[in-house]
Structures are given as structure tokens and as C-alpha cells.
Write a protein that binds this ligand. Structure first.
Ligand code: HEM
Length: 539
């Protein structure tokens, strides 16, 4: 009797499906009409699908080429584009200030929440709430003070020594080493440096000693999903979808990737625990790190010892683990892309390479003299080469979304509260209003004596590889140290040549007639090459 009442009526299946489908289509149609004609951003230009769904941006993020795509869109539609129902991309230096300026009423977009690995444990990088971020920054900045940086110098130099040894390790009788994939080798260097600086011990990826090169692969594959989710704010805003983000990540990962990520999480948890226990055992007033033979201090050493000056709080173990993981990711991949990019451009521009070598050889009388300090700071051409490499192929080349917390004027347009805004880094770095011949690698564009003060001021206003404002990169001085020391020491001591058989690998031609170092954008970048050979210069 009961079975009959709730029985399954086959005749109702098709009509039910049709009704559900019609409701869905009707809902999408009404919502699209609203987005296209009645939404406060309706008058802004942009691709049709971008104006009605965030899936448009999500798809282009998935291709890894959305930074190049945004560049082309800005060329087509002008400086302001609607890049999602509730998202606006601006391509001007005024917008940089209006959006990222320290006092502006914007916070990181809800999309950043999708980056969280476990529950709601935010880190300095992933935090959205401004007061949480301020508190965390007060503690974290201890690890990036001038004193902290000085204590890192020998660690960085020791890893660079190892890196340079590898360049000509299997050199032939003519002195030229075998061809190296610089993306991979530079990643070995920067991950080792970050391992040593965060946990007090290098991963020794350069020596291939501890079998930890999977850390690089783990982070590259984890970044693929993150690079898409950060462009889908719904993952941060909708709690049900937020809980499914783990499943979404699976779409981007192979079994091997999953194993690598799991191993990296376990490794970073183990090293954080060990390092925290060491610090807890610290005898008052004694530097246990030195006492235990670990060279100098590391970032965890500084931040574990730090307290929030306003609240007196310390970080908990899970907070420290969260910060450690993010530091390894944020500090390695970015610096490695910058270094590979600079080597790509130097190896393809012999005149620029020679000019840089002349500067270094007239400043230093031997490679051993190349240390942080006033001498290296006086090498203005070295600085300009790095600035230019970061402009041409910025490691974070996409768009870093910020959400308006109140109605706010950007570039003269009132943007309603709750809208995501951003300036795509690749686009503004290649904007001809700020950079003459933007697709040409030209370090001289940063020299006032050559191009004039006005041109340099304009260029600086649009140069944002580290972002600006309170959410700008805390690791910038450390990245600068790594980049200047490594490049100066390579160029001082080695001849460099392109492996012609691999020249086109990792090379993009975004604009016909120009080639550049290709970055696959996934919040940070995935890169290949350049494939280079090195020969030690005879003294
Ligand atoms: C050339 C190398 C680097 C580049 C181009 C770079 C770029 C950036 C950018 C663009 C941001 C803003 C991200 C956003 O708004 O979502 C950022 C933030 C950050 N970076 Fe870097 N970075 C580099 C090196 C480093 C290093 C070496 C470290 C650490 C050791 C580091 C740690 C961080 C952290 C913790 C944040 C978050 C800061 C905050 O929100 O207060 N970065 N970086």
C-alpha cells in the first residue's frame, strides 16, 4: 500500500527534467539579462561571456595564458574592462594607486580563500581580513628586518657557491659545460635557499642528496588548481563550494602530483615541529641555533622569537606551519622565475651582457668580493637589468584581485562595494604609455641619464612585480639579495651561450615579431628553460 503511494512514476521523469531544465535556463537567462543591462557595471566594455560569468576568467586562468589574454583584451577594449559579472580590470598607473594604495578601502578578493589548505587557517599571504593581516605582519616582519637579512647572507652565498659549481661541472675540453635547463636549476637554488632560510637546513636539491626535488614538482602542480580558483570568487564566497575545493583541486592533479603534495605537507610539518621544539628548548639569552651548529638564524627563528608588540601574542604551531609552507612557495618559485628570466634576456642580448660584465669587473676585483653592501648597490646597470627582467616576464604576471569594501572611485569610475578590481601585471608592464617599445628588453629605460627623469618616473608608476601597498611583497629585499648576488656572480665569472638546439623552448611570441621568456601564469609562474651553457672565464 505504502509502496504504491510513493511509487516511481516513469511518465513523470521527462516532464520533471524538462521543468528543472527550463527553470535553470530561465534563471541563467534572467541573471544574464540583469548582468548585461541592469547591473551597476553594465556600461563597461568586455567580452560577452566575461560579463555574465566568472567561468570565462576561470577558463582563461586554466589555460595558463590569461595574463597574455588580458593584454590582448585591453588592446581591444581600452583601459577598463569588465572581466567578470562583478570584476573590473584596469590598465593604468592611476588605477594601480587607486586599487593597491595602502590606505584604499579594498581587501584581498574572496577568491584567496580558496587557497587555504586546511580549514580557515589564514597566513600573512592568504589573509583577507585587514586587522588579522596587520597583526600577522607585525610578527612576520621580524623575519625580514635588516638584521634578519644580514644573518641570511652567508646561507644564501653558500647555496650560490653550490649552484655555480654545477654550471660547469661536466665541462668538455673546450671549457663549456653541458646545456642546463635554467628554470629547473634556478628552482633548485631558490628552493634550497628557502629551505635553509625557513627551516635552518637546505633541502639540498642542488646536490640531489635528499631526494627532495619532488618539492618543486609538488608546488608547481598545487599551484595549477590555485591559479584557477583564485579567479573563481564563488569558491571563497559560497561555503558549500568552499568545502568542495579539495575535490576541485583533484581535477588538476595526477596520482604522482598528489603523492608529491602529501609528501611536501608532511615534510614541512615535520621540519616546523622540529624547528619549533628547538626554539622552545632555547636557554634564556643563548642563541640555540648557533649552539647547535646550524649556521646563523633562519626565518622561523626570528618569527618564533617575535611577539606582537600590541598584544604580546606568539604564533601557534599550526600558524607557524601555515606560514612556513607559504614562505617556501611564495619565496622560491617567484625568485626562480626572475632569475631564469634575467638569464634568458642576458643570453639573447650579448651587448647588454657585456655592458653588465664591464660594470661588475670595474666594481669588483674578484668574485669573492661580491657580497651585499655599498659596492653591489652602486652597480646601477645590474639593478636595471633585474628591473627590466621583472618587467618583461613578471613572475606574478596575472591580475591580483582586490574587493572594494565601500563604493570607491577607481580611475574616475565609481565602483560599487563588493566588486573585485585589479590591474593585470603583464598588461601594464607592456603598456606603451609607460614603456617605449614595451616588448624590447632594454635596461637603459631605467636610467635617468639616458631616457630622462620623466620617463623613469612614468615607468616606475607602472612597475608592479612585487605589488605595492600593505599587501605588497614582504620578501622583496630578500629576493633582491638573491637576484643581485646570483646574477652578479654568474656574469662576473662565466661566459654564457644559448643551446641553439633548444632555443625555442620556453619562448613566447605574444606580439608578432618579438619573442620573450614565457611564463605560464598560475598565480605564480610555471616556466621552461632557457637552455644555456656556461664557461668559466679565465682570470
Ligand atoms: C622576485 C621574487 C618575488 C616576487 C616577484 C614576488 C611577488 C609578490 C607579489 C606580487 C605579492 C602580492 C601577492 C598578492 O597580492 O596576492 C607578494 C606577496 C608576498 N610575498 Fe613575494 N615575491 C617574490 C619573492 C618573495 C620572497 C623571497 C618571499 C619570502 C621569503 C616572499 C613572500 C611573500 C609573502 C609572505 C607575501 C604576502 C605579503 C602580505 O600579504 O603581506 N616573496 N610577492
Amino acid at each position: 500500500m505504502i509502496a504504491q503511494t510513493v511509487g516511481f512514476d516513469k511518465d513523470l521523469v521527462l516532464p520533471s527534467v524538462l521543468v528543472a531544465f527550463s527553470v535553470l535556463v530561465g534563471y541563467v537567462a534572467i541573471q544574464s539579462i540583469y548582468y548585461l543591462y541592469f547591473h551597476p557595471l553594465a556600461s563597461l566594455p568586455g567580452p560577452f561571456f566575461a560579463r555574465i560569468t566568472d567561468l570565462y576568467g576561470g577558463y582563461h586562468a586554466w589555460t595558463g595564458r590569461h595574463h597574455y589574454h588580458l593584454y590582448k583584451l585591453h588592446k581591444k577594449y581600452g583601459p577598463v574592462i569588465r572581466y567578470g559579472p562583478n570584476r573590473v580590470s584596469f590598465n593604468t598607473a592611476t588605477a594601480v594607486k587607486d586599487i593597491y594604495g595602502a590606505t584604499k578601502p579594498l581587501r584581498k578578493s574572496a577568491g584567496y580563500r580558496a587557497l587555504l589548505l586546511s580549514g580557515n587557517v589564514f597566513s600573512l599571504f592568504t589573509s583577507i581580513d585587514k586587522s588579522f593581516h596587520g597583526k600577522r605582519k607585525r610578527i612576520m616582519s621580524h623575519g625580514f628586518s635588516d638584521a634578519a637579512l644580514r644573518s641570511y647572507e652567508p646561507i644564501v652565498q653558500e647555496r650560490i657557491d653550490k649552484f655555480l659549481e654545477i654550471l660547469t661541472k661536466e665541462a668538455g675540453t673546450d671549457g663549456w659545460g653541458v646545456s642546463k635547463n635554467m628554470s629547473r636549476l634556478c628552482a633548485g637554488l631558490t628552493f634550497d635557499v628557502m629551505g635553509a632560510l625557513v627551516f635552518g637546513q637546505p633541502f639540498k636539491i642542488l646536490e640531489d642528496e635528499n631526494g627532495l626535488s619532488y618539492v618543486i614538482d609538488a608546488i608547481i602542480s598545487a599551484s595549477r588548481a590555485v591559479g584557477v580558483m583564485v579567479h573563481l570568487p564563488v569558491f571563497g564566497k559560497n561555503n558549500i563550494l568552499f568545502k568542495t575545493r579539495g575535490l576541485f583541486r583533484l581535477l588538476f592533479l595526477s596520482i604522482k602530483d598528489l603523492k608529491n603534495i602529501k609528501a611536501f605537507l608532511a615534510l614541512s610539518a615535520k621540519l616546523t615541529k622540529e624547528r619549533t621544539a628547538q626554539e622552545a628548548a632555547k636557554v634564556a639569552g643563548e642563541d640555540i641555533v648557533k649552539a647547535q651548529g646550524v649556521p646563523n638564524k633562519d626565518i622561523l627563528g626570528w618569527i618564533l622569537a617575535a611577539t606582537d608588540p600590541e598584544t604580546g601574542e606568539h604564533l601557534s604551531l599550526s600558524d607557524v606551519w601555515g606560514e612556513a609552507r607559504v614562505l617556501i612557495i611564495a619565496g622560491s618559485d617567484t625568485t626562480s622565475t626572475s632569475l631564469s628570466g634575467a638569464l634568458y634576456y642576458l643570453s639573447r642580448n650579448p651587448a647588454i651582457l657585456n655592458k653588465l660584465r664591464t660594470e661588475l669587473r670595474t666594481t669588483f676585483s674578484s668574485e669573492d668580493e661580491i657580497w651585499p653592501g655599498s659596492k653591489i648597490n652602486s652597480c646601477s646597470y645590474l639593478k636595471h637589468v633585474i628591473e627590466e627582467a621583472l618587467r618583461m616576464s613578471a613572475p606574478v604576471g596575472g591580475i591580483l584581485w582586490r574587493e572594494t569594501t565601500v563604493d570607491h572611485v577607481v580611475q574616475g569610475i565609481t565602483i560599487p562595494a563588493g566588486t573585485d578590481c585589479g590591474v593585470p601585471v603583464y598588461s601594464i608592464h607592456h603598456h606603451s604609455d609607460y614603456f617605449h617599445d614595451p616588448h624590447v628588453f632594454n635596461p637603459d629605460r631605467w636610467d635617468e641619464n639616458i631616457v630622462g627623469a620623466e620617463a623613469v618616473v612614468a615607468a616606475k608608476s607602472a612597475w608592479i612585480p612585487f605589488q605595492i601597498g600593505s599587501r605588497g611583497c614582504i620578501g622583496r629585499p630578500l629576493a633582491n639579495m638573491e637576484l643581485t648576488l646570483t646574477l652578479a656572480r654568474i656574469v662576473y665569472s662565466f661566459e654564457i651561450r644559448v643551446d641553439e638546439s633548444q632555443r625555442s623552448l620556453g619562448q613566447a611570441d605574444v606580439v608578432p615579431g618579438y619573442t620573450e621568456f614565457e611564463t605560464k601564469d598560475q598565480l605564480t609562474a610555471e616556466t621552461t628553460g632557457p637552455f644555456l651553457q656556461f664557461k668559466k672565464i679565465e682570470v
